[in-house]
Ligand binder design. Sequence first.
Ligand code: PHE
Length: 358
Amino acid sequence: MNELDSLAADAQTAFAQATTPAELENAKALFLGKSGRVTALMKGMAALSVEEKKSLGAAINVTKQSIETALTERRQALADAELQIQLKAEALDVSLPGRARGQGGLHPVSLTLERIEQIFASMGFDVADGPEIESDWHSFTSLNNPPNHPARSMQDTFYVDIKGDDGIPYNLRPHTSPMQVRFAHQHIKKHAEAVKVAAAAGLPEPGMPEVRVIAPGRTYRVDSDATHSPMFHQCEGLWLGENVSFKDLKVVFTSFCRTFFESDDLALRFRPSFFPFTEPSAEIDIQFQSGPLAGRWLEVAGSGQVHPNVVRNMGLDPEKYIGFAFGMGPDRLTMLRYGVNDLRLFFDGDVRFLSQFR
Ligand code: PHE
């Protein structure tokens, strides 16, 4: 091997041994630098004849080019290796499942309220909404339950620091029954407007439609255990007309329960009871014929014929208008439908519990 060949081979070896870009640049200096071996050879040509310069110069250039090529290749190889290391370090495992955004859903009690609304809407009931902070008159007095009446203690309630015109503080409504009088007032007002419009148009006076409404919403009482929460839900129902009887209450409520629980052999019992705003009054119990609760009577609502004093407070003539009202517990219905035995679970906000109803 001549001197030039071994020079090229030495350069190859030195470059191959360099494992970092810095080492490679140091190795380069040994051959191509100012005092490198290739440079030394070129300097040594000064003393040679023109002919010799020509042939040796050409040979040195070939060697120099091969060393430069080797250098470039090694630079690229080191850069590639570094890139590979970096890629490995930053590697993403694309087979890992992604972090999906949690899927929300309606609260089980909201699902029940929607279901109640749908079923009653199919029987021609309006759905009304009312205030949770209520006047004493609407919560009690208008419902035939005057101040100091012992029946008020059945609904021991929360009061707020705002007084009504009567000087009595407002309360957090203990039931949805105030909506009976509130809705009747709205209903009568709407009818009065319709009468005016008809008169202006020269049309015969329209009769007043029946009052047929449900009013679901939040209610409050001083109660707290596995089946009572200080905040709970009720759904009021009211049907008033010129010929609405207790029989209609039985038909409507029975058909509601059977639809709600999807069971035709559900039994209902109307058990005599007392409410100031109904006469006669009844608690409504249901009994499943199969399943884990079969055979037990379960209370789901209070009900009765609307008391004449309440009809009067609505602004209607109790000699003409008659009907029924009921107040049921959507929380209770939800517990029965899904087999939940602690009401508090509904209001703890634990997503592990709530997501089961999605
Ligand atoms: N408001 C009564 C309660 O909360 C239920 C009820 C409503 C009873 C309507 C009769 C008629 O207990």
